[in-house]
Design a protein around this ligand. Structure first.
Ligand code: PAP
Length: 337
């Protein structure tokens, strides 16, 4: 994991990146329709305004350690849930229930984003306050991950979700977030962008395929999980996850229903009803993230809610695109369980 030291040469480097990134941003294709941030297309990926500088900074400086755990998702694939589950698994002997940090902190506070929290604005804020092993999260596509992550033995867990539910979740999130400050963002306008691949850290299919291929090439390093599988068979998937992370449940823990306790702690019902998640807000050095209501990360938490919003033509169109993009890969999405 990188450190927070800021030696003169590092400061000069940050300054240099900053200038470079400013120039870079002004030279890139830009899309403003998503309201909450402009998107910039760089090396085939649509980055958010803070995501690109953060990605470049951590590509240059982040030194992964073998004990680090990286959670990766495309936005609205179940990031908050995965953060809670992974945090609860690796820290399960550290915390007892009445005092468990997940009861009083939003999962985003406990598991930082690599490109947003650790490397904002090209500045390096070392994760000194993250207990080892460091659990961190990213939306960066596999191809753009810092090389040290790929070269080290740190584990990477990717959670994907069917694109129709991802799209509907994203649209709800952004319309609620920007309701007071931006013009209305119609479902149709957002859908056209999604189908064109213009989404934060998208195209969606490239994001998913990057991690899918990595999980096939290096199954001991990259685990590929599906939101729908977690919903359908949570016990089985949680055991898989714990084993992959190197924290398998003992038979004594199984007898004591530790798996069940973690699932209950991290369930949508539990997390969404906690005071912190009903009334709490992001406090962030990035102005546009500060004040964001934690409750926006908890909506329905179901599989297949997209069928309540998409017309049959929209479903046919997106299904067609996904089928074409995923052709030749043994990867399928479910929209019901
Ligand atoms: P992020 O990528 O911006 O951090 P993320 O957590 O992936 O967001 O997206 C929130 C979605 O996960 C919401 O889905 P929905 O809009 O379809 O309802 C949210 O409800 C869902 N979610 C949050 N917590 C949980 C949980 N504990 N179990 C299942 N789903 C959850």
């Amino acid at each position: 994991m990188a450190t927070s030291q800021t030696t003169p040469s590092l400061l000069q480097e940050e300054e240099r990146i900053s200038q470079e990134v400013r120039e870079l941003l002004s030279s890139l294709p830009r899309e403003d329709s998503w309201r909450y941030t402009p998107l910039y297309q760089y090396q085939g990926i649509w980055y958010t305004k803070i995501g690109l500088p953060g990605t470049i900074a951590c590509q240059r400086h982040f030194q992964a350690r073998d004990s680090d755990i990286l959670l990766a998702t495309t936005p609205k694939s179940g990031t908050t849930w995965l953060k809670a589950l992974a945090f609860a698994i690796v820290n399960r002997t550290r915390y007892r229930y009445p005092q468990h940090p997940l009861l009083t902190n939003n999962p985003h506070k406990l598991v930082p984003f690599l490109e947003v929290d650790l490397y904002p604005d090209n500045q390096i804020h070392g994760p000194d306050n993250i207990p080892s092993p460091a659990v961190i999260c990213t939306h960066i596509p596999y191809m753009a991950l810092p090389q040290s992550i790929k070269d080290s033995n740190c584990k990477v867990v990717y959670l994907c979700r069917n694109p129709k539910d991802v799209f509907i979740s994203l649209w709800h999130f952004i319309t609620k977030w920007t309701a007071e400050t931006q013009s209305y963002f119609s479902l149709e306008e957002a859908f056209d962008l999604f189908c064109a691949g213009v989404t934060p850290f998208g195209p969606f299919w490239d994001h998913v395929l990057g991690y899918w291929k990595a999980s096939l090439e290096k199954p001991e390093k990259v685990m590929f999980l599906k939101y729908e599988d977690l919903k359908r068979e949570p016990m089985v998937q949680l055991k898989r996850l714990a084993e992959f992370l190197g924290y398998p449940f003992t038979s004594d823990e199984e007898r004591k229903e530790v798996i069940h306790d973690i699932l209950r702690l991290c369930s949508f019902e539990n997390l969404s009803n906690l005071e912190v998640n009903k009334t709490g807000k992001f406090q962030h050095r990035h102005e546009y993230l500060s004040g964001l209501d934690y409750k926006l990360f908890f909506r329905r938490g179901e599989v297949g809610d997209s069928s309540n919003y998409l017309t049959s033509q929209m479903i046919e169109r997106l299904d067609g695109i996904i089928e074409e993009k995923l052709q030749g890969y043994d990867l399928k999405f479910e929209v019901s369980i």
